[in-house]
Design a binder for this molecule. Structure first.
Ligand SMILES: C=C(O[C@@H]1C=C(C(=O)O)C=C[C@H]1O)C(=O)O
Ligand SMILES: [Mg+2]
Length: 466
């Protein structure tokens, strides 16, 4: 048995400064000239260190850039973290004055943030600034979609100060969008001193133990992950890493969120759930193989993956769980019978998109709570898999593999699974990678699979050109 140390046993630490409780949320959105959101982040983030976020969906191309924090919601209670956040957010919106004539999703007051993978795991100081849920209502937010750009400003003010605060914010917007945004801005190149993989031998032993357990018991799948520590003499800035991810992983969800001096950043191919009106999208992404530069060899690898019993089983368990989790919340659902291939630059996966029509009472937070963790990151059965992960990994995954994303004041939103990611902490970075273990897993192969999954973040952190 292991001793679990809880981050905090207090039930409700959703933060709100006392003197702000009688203030109203004023939010206004205006259309601005067309700007490149990546350059906008790059040129303005240095002035909002510790208080920024970035999001890009490869699917609809939506980009969100948050600068400054009007209110942060941090939750350290393991129980009810989804419901609690939703309640406090709804209360905030209940009295808000919102001036947003645009229907565009992701405009107006919006929460951006992430939930830790497992609030009951051991806690490491590394992840402390992120709690078990950290969400921001940004002060300034750029939304870019289909060639249109919008700026939203969120202010918590006494009613009599609203007018002056708005005028001031209008001026700040002008400054934000007038910074020179230069594509070829030169970065001092970062330099990696060394990298160390966390106890590979012990990890392999854990993999063997878990695979044996799967063979002998009713546990069907457990996802075990491991981490790698990078040490830089000259660490890259988050905006550089993001720029690299933007160019190296154009088909992944790209995200970054800062808390104090730490920044969690990544490029994940895996959607947890998207809600657009009552239409919901989820996906099973599990089962992996490498890529090959030679197109014929690459096709062969894909063919191997899509006919491989072990990978198909790993994948099917995820589809099954998603179907069961969504069924009570959906009027209808479409789930293809067979997976297709999803190729990222370094890895190909088995992929089954799931589409449904949600019952009108369903919120995105409810969907996230029901889905997380899918067996792509946890296992089957979920509770037993989580126990094994705690016992065998003996580390705090923090936000890695947890849901990260946004919801706007209309209830639209999208959450992804924060894999292919890393935490930047001064001159260090911690990368995480995991793999789904089933009865047929070969420990050495699984080790290779996790090595392959470190690769995209390593390249983005090193800034190496392909
Ligand atoms: C756990 C990770 O990836 C997950 C595990 C996969 C697998 O084992 O085949 C594939 C995709 C992801 O759902 C990771 O990238 O860290
Ligand atoms: Mg796998």
């Amino acid at each position: 048995m292991i001793n679990l140390t809880f981050r905090d046993k207090q039930l409700n630490i959703l933060s709100q400064d006392k003197d702000q409780s009688n203030k109203t949320l004023f939010s206004f959105t205006k259309k601005v000239k067309n700007i490149n959101p990546a350059f906008f982040y790059e040129s303005n983030r240095p002035h909002y260190k510790g208080k920024s976020f970035f999001w890009k969906s490869p699917d609809d191309g939506l980009v969100l850039v948050g600068l400054g924090i009007t209110r942060s919601f941090i939750n350290n209670s393991a129980e009810e973290r989804f419901g609690q956040l939703e309640r406090v957010w709804k209360k905030q919106l209940g009295s808000a004055m919102i001036d947003n004539p645009f229907e565009t999703p992701g405009t107006g007051p919006l929460l951006f943030g992430g939930f830790s993978f497992d609030p009951y795991s051991i806690k490491e100081e590394l992840w402390q600034p992120f709690g078990d849920a950290l969400f921001y209502l940004p002060k300034f937010m750029l939304t870019a979609l289909n060639g249109d750009c919008f700026m939203t400003v969120n202010l918590l003010e006494n009613k009599e100060h609203e007018e002056a605060a708005r005028l001031h914010a209008e001026k700040e917007i002008e400054e934000l969008i007038s910074h020179p945004m230069n594509e070829n801005e030169h970065h001092a190149s970062s330099s990696l001193l060394y990298k160390e993989e966390h106890s590979v031998g012990e990890w392999l032993t854990s993999v063997r133990d878990v695979v044996n357990l799967i063979k002998e018991t009713k546990v069907e799948k457990v996802v075990l992950s491991r981490k790698m520590r990078l040490v830089f003499s000259n660490p890259p800035a988050p905006e550089e890493v993001l720029q690299n991810l933007n160019s190296q992983q154009p088909n992944s969800f790209i995200f970054a969120i800062e808390s104090g001096e730490r920044c969690f950043v990544g490029a994940s191919p895996e959607r947890l759930v998207k809600k657009s009106g009552n239409t919901i999208f989820s996906a099973s992404l599990a089962g992996s193989i490498g890529r090959n530069k030679d197109p014929e060899e690459d096709l062969k690898l894909g063919q191997t993956l899509i006919t491989d019993e072990k990978n198909l089983h790993e994948h099917a368990l995820v589809v099954e769980m998603i179907k069961n989790a969504l069924a009570p919340h959906c009027k209808s659902m479409e789930v293809p019978k067979h997976p297709e291939l999803l190729k990222t630059p370094y890895i190909q996966h088995l992929y089954t998109p799931v589409k449904g029509t949600a019952k009108s009472s369903t919120s995105i937070f409810q969907l996230v709570e029901k889905l997380h963790p899918t067996p792509a990151l946890g296992g089957v059965p979920t509770d037993k898999a989580l126990e094994l992960i705690r016992e065998k990994e003996m580390m705090d995954r923090g936000l890695y593999a947890g849901p990260i994303g946004w919801t706007d004041f209309r209830g639209n939103g999208e959450f992804i699974v924060a894999i292919r990611s890393g935490l930047m902490k001064q001159d260090e970075a911690y990368l995480y990678a995991g793999c789904g273990l089933v009865a047929d897993s070969n420990p050495e192969e699984e080790l290779k699979e996790t090595s392959m999954k470190f690769e995209p973040m390593l390249l983005a952190m090193e800034g190496t050109e392909e």
